[in-house]
Design a protein around this ligand. Structure first.
Ligand SMILES: Cc1cc2nc3c(=O)[nH]c(=O)nc-3n(C[C@H](O)[C@H](O)[C@H](O)COP(=O)(O)OP(=O)(O)OC[C@H]3O[C@@H](n4cnc5c(N)ncnc54)[C@H](O)[C@@H]3O)c2cc1C
Length: 264
């Protein structure tokens, strides 16, 4: 780890003030600190968001579940409000990593990090979420721009995320056995605007699967999902699974998500 300066502001204004020069926000450190320890990442200052209580909390209002950026995965997983409004989000959060990761890792950190195999990005696209920052609202569909890349500007702070409450939804992931990240994860929702299907783990960035959405809008059955042949174009292949395997898994996981939704 390289030497850095550490600041722990107690409000948003203090955080903005501390973000000078080569500075980065620190949430639970579950990605950033590990990268810094390995010297894969470095900055001159860390601005710890742990003192900003205003970034924590969950509310349900006018068709949206709004979750503060510093809310941990463990808090989301056991929130009665989330379990009632969109159980798929609570289940997703409860399936992230291990107990320590869930107790420390945060929604805002997960989205800003934009890991191609992370779970929350699938919920953002799968539900049509809105990302509130210190300066604007970003449409979830335009938030993820590439491998570990987002629409956030330098120093921009995610403050909360509002997920549209669907009629029904489910998130199913096939876990990479060592890390528990998604080898392939599929978030399916049925809402007023039709079916949304978001895939994580299979490409350089989370994406909506238009051919699966078209099929499920016609016939919302697991057989229909299973019948969709996914092209291997731009699908990841590595030692954990070939592109052919991951493409096949998209249909299989989508079918399981539809089954889970129909069983709700
Ligand atoms: C062993 C292990 C297993 C894991 N398994 C999974 C899994 O199965 N599924 C999954 O989805 N994730 C998984 N994760 C990742 C985990 O979900 C963390 O939430 C994620 O790494 C982000 O961590 P963090 O919230 O502590 O953010 P940090 O590591 O503190 O920060 C990550 C990045 O986000 C930036 N940032 C943080 N907060 C904000 C904010 N509010 N606004 C703007 N930028 C911000 C930081 O500057 C940094 O660049 C795993 C991690 C580990 C270590």
């Amino acid at each position: 780890m390289y030497i850095f300066d550490y600041q722990r502001p107690v409000d948003k204004a203090g955080a903005m003030l501390a973000m000078q020069g080569d500075a980065r926000y620190l949430a639970g450190g579950q990605s950033l600190v590990q990268a810094m320890k390995l010297r894969l990442s470095a900055c001159e200052r860390l601005v710890d968001l742990g003192g900003l209580d205003e970034l924590r909390g969950i509310s349900v209002h006018e068709g949206f579940v709004t979750i503060g950026a510093m809310t941990t995965h463990a808090t989301v997983a056991r929130s009665q409000d989330v379990l009632q409004a969109v159980p798929a989000i609570a289940e997703l959060a409860g399936g992230i990593g291990d107990r320590m990761v869930r107790n420390m890792g945060t929604l805002g950190g997960s989205l800003a990090n934009a890991d191609p195999a992370a779970c929350y990005p699938a919920a953002v696209l799968g539900l049509g979420a809105k990302i509130q920052t210190d300066r604007r609202v970003i449409d979830g569909d335009t938030f993820f721009t590439g491998l570990y890349e987002t629409a956030l500007e330098a120093g921009e702070l995610i403050t909360s995320v509002s997920f549209a409450i669907p009629l029904r939804a489910a998130y199913i992931k096939y876990k990479q056995p060592a890390s528990r990240f998604a080898l392939v994860g599929v978030f399916v929702s049925q809402g007023a605007g039709g079916v949304r299907v978001a895939i994580t783990g299979a490409k350089n960035s989370v994406f909506r699967c238009s051919e699966m959405e078209a099929k499920l809008n016609t016939s919302f059955t697991s057989e229909a999902a299973r019948s969709v042949k996914i092209s291997t174009d731009n699908i990841n292949g590595d030692m954990h699974g070939s592109a052919d395997y991951r493409a096949e898994m998209i249909s299989v996981m989508s079918a399981r998500a539809v089954e889970a939704i129909r069983a709700r």
